[in-house]
Design a protein around this ligand. Sequence first.
Ligand code: MN
Length: 333
Amino acid sequence: MNSKNNTVSDIWSALSKSKRVLMSLHAAPDGDSLGSCAAVKYLLERDIGASVTLISEDELDSALSRVPAAKEVLFGKSLHDYDWQQFDTVIFLDNGRIDRYDERAKQLVNHDNIINIDHHASNTRFGNLNYVIDDAPAACAVLLDIFKQCNVKFDAELSKRLLLGICTDSGFFRNRMNLSRCLHDAVFLLDHGADYLEDIVEPVLNGQPLKMKKYLGFMLNNLVLDKQRKVAYSTLDNKHVVELNLNKSEIRLGIKDLQDIEGADCIFTLVELDNGIKGSFRTTKRIDVSKFATALGGGGHKPAAGFYLEKMPLDKAVDKVLQTIDEVGMQDF
Ligand SMILES: [Mn+2]
């Protein structure tokens, strides 16, 4: 374990020597997970001639699965299904803790070439080589910087993969996490062949199936505004989750279209799963919602964070979250 970052040249030299590579999307994968893994896979295959196995235990949400790079992922496979020693390099991207992939994967961390590239402040630096930039807006933005410093050739394919993570992690340029850098990165990638409307907006935003609109409908219908606390929240019970046939990645998107409500400095959602409750926080203000999520056993970024609660009635869970917000306090940063 290294507590400090390795240099870009250390990271690049390890990447350039990789011939057989294992990578996994993180649990309930998002656009930054897919974009960053697909970008590294493409680059290692194009420039190094590496053979890259990219897996994911969880499905993508139905819109993200329309992104062409999703076809390169072997779904339903866990890191535990592979003998890591058969690979010369195991690369983790956009992942703060190795056990987020698989509890059992922790047992396998005796590999001597694990590269960990991320932007989560809570990253435990579990790699043999670590490069964590915690104010970067996306893992794709961290990669963009590494690639620029190493004079990588940016073609349209590499650019569109990186743009995916930058657009999705920034909430399509609506959150406060290093926005000007996000916009600069996006323009750079557009200048290098990415097509914002065709590659990103069309599959990711315009590809919402009916069940996601119904899901949003329930979340809007259940939305409550606590005017005194300036907090809005919504919940959905397991019966509806089952009826709508939502996967983990889709459940996580339920908060996305609620955060523009007037009078709320932050919002949260609670969605009942089989064995517990999935919680999410968002803010468009200068509040660090990762503090609330951390106090509830989760984590994340200042504008967006998540957590899990044990199984309990949803109204009790709402009380618990509100109480946590009161205890932590909604200070500006
Ligand atoms: Mn990310």
